[in-house]
Design a protein around this ligand. Structure first.
Ligand code: SF4
Length: 456
């Protein structure tokens, strides 16, 4: 199921065949659509559409083009519409200095009114911004508080501006133009944004993607946008569908995300195994306590699975390139299960990887690396600091000062026993990346730097 977060299905373009458009959307897996108001009249129509179809929700607002025409009466009517049960967002509002159809002062005044309305009703805001990012960001900063949130739709700004919206907690959505052949710069901007902040939209009837460019757009055409985003992020089409749906749920509260942690979950062409919530670290960047979601998968386990349950959850592993013991906690906390499952995977000829904090010996009270010989092809060990003091500060290991020397010893032993050993570092302020790289070089293992805001 996917969500079109920005459609104008109330437009006359759909007068004669709306039912067919919705039926094609359903066939393409579009579970929900948000119909976005551009004027008082269109906002009323959005609400009417949302009341008519279970899978359509409404956003209400007045486009910046019409800012100079908004009367006090219009605004009061918008304020009363906000109480309609299927209104889930405010907008589209914002600033458009490209077409300049209303004076800037009027656009800014009406934008501010929308932001106040959104905050009063604790609703996200859908922002239209063209060639006005600097003013847009200034106004958002003015209104920034706990519940200001939203999306900048059909993003066309720079990487730097995208970063600032993200820092303000906003999402970014891309429509058909991301599929055009001449927009490498837009694709580069998209690449710089964490996929956890990306939403799908069509902006239909406008901005049809390739190969429908120039035709009327419709929600089912998201199926042309998703592969392009998958390519940009190096993810699968399924990953983009799941992640953007989860993102839309998080922002707008629509859809039904998973409630229970998964034991086995796919990202790209790898299958990840989640054995436990437990870990001997409490890393500053870890999402276990706060946000147990990785690439749209819910990972907080209600109960630790047995080896049989893990094997059952894996099913047929033949379609995956690699099976990774990773997940929400530290896999070596459940060494017996890990070994049983790895043995099963090896019997099927699968490549295996273990992502670990390197505390396996301390956790199990014995050197464990020989037990993994022949079962694990690649081990990726989190180094995370160039000194024991820094490691304790960032990772807060339950083993205290013993943890870092034991981790280094574990890397050395892994190098002796396993075919591929990699150490990784999550970029954190105060961590010396080059010193960590040097440690990896001296240990003779590969080195990888990870962004703290990118998981999976
Ligand atoms: S080692 Fe991994 S699972 Fe454990 S606290 Fe650190 S980031 Fe979280």
């Amino acid at each position: 199921m996917i969500i079109d977060t920005h459609a104008h299905l109330d437009f006359p373009d759909y007068k004669s065949d709306l039912e067919s458009v919705l039926s094609r959307a359903k066939e393409a897996g579009v579970g929900y659509m948000i119909n976005v108001g551009t004027s008082l009249a269109a906002s009323k129509k959005s609400v009417t559409l949302a009341n008519r179809f279970d899978n359509i929700y409404a956003s209400i607002g007045i486009h910046p083009h019409d800012a100079s025409k908004v009367s006090e009466q219009d605004w009061q009517a918008i304020e009363s519409l906000v109480r309609e049960p299927k209104v889930i967002a405010i907008g589209e509002t914002g600033l458009d200095y490209y077409r300049n159809r209303s004076p800037h002062e009027d656009q800014q005044r009406i934008f501010r009114k929308h932001l106040t309305l959104a905050k009063t009703h604790n609703l996200p805001v859908i922002i239209h911004c063209r060639e006005a990012d600097s003013d847009c960001l200034t106004i958002l900063q003015e209104h920034k508080n706990g519940n200001l949130r939203g999306v900048v739709h059909c993003f066309s700004g720079t990487r730097e501006m995208a970063r600032k919206y993200i820092e303000l907690g906003f999402y970014i959505s891309f429509a058909g133009p991301i599929t055009f052949s001449n927009v490498n710069s837009l694709r580069e901007v998209a690449k710089s944004i964490p996929v956890e902040r990306v939403l799908l939209e069509t902006d239909c009837p406008f901005l049809s993607p390739q190969p429908k460019r120039g035709e009327r757009n419709e929600p089912s055409y998201l199926s042309y946008v998703i592969p392009v985003l998958a390519d940009i992020y190096g993810l699968s089409v399924q990953d983009i569908r799941r992640i953007t749906t989860f993102n839309a749920h998080k922002l707008f509260g629509i859809g039904e995300p998973e409630q229970e942690g998964k034991v086995a979950y796919a990202i790209r062409n790898s299958l990840y195994i989640n054995l436990t919530n437990r870990c001997s670290n409490m890393c500053a960047f870890c999402m276990r306590e706060t946000y147990p979601i990785v690439k749209g998968h819910h990972l907080a386990l209600k109960k630790e699975p047995t080896a049989e349950e893990v094997i059952h959850a894996i099913g047929d592993p033949s379609g995956y390139d690699e099976i990774v013991f990773c997940g929400y906690g530290e896999p070596t906390e459940r060494l017996d299960v890990l070994i049983t499952v790895a043995r099963f995977l090896k019997s099927k000829g699968k490549r295996t990887r273990l992502d670990t904090n390197g505390h396996g010996d301390l956790i199990n009270g014995r050197p464990i690396i020989r037990e993994l010989e022949g079962l694990i092809d690649t081990i990726c060990i989190s180094l995370n600091a160039d000194t024991a003091e820094k490691y304790e500060e960032i990772c807060k290991p339950v083993f205290g000062e013993k943890a870092y020397p034991a981790l280094i010893q574990f890397i050395k032993e892994a190098k002796q026993v396993l075919p591929n050993v990699q150490v990784s570092l999550v970029e954190m302020p105060g961590v010396d990346v080059e010193k960590c790289r040097k440690i990896a070089q001296e240990l003779g293992v590969d080195f990888r730097v990870r962004r703290h805001d990118v998981l999976g």
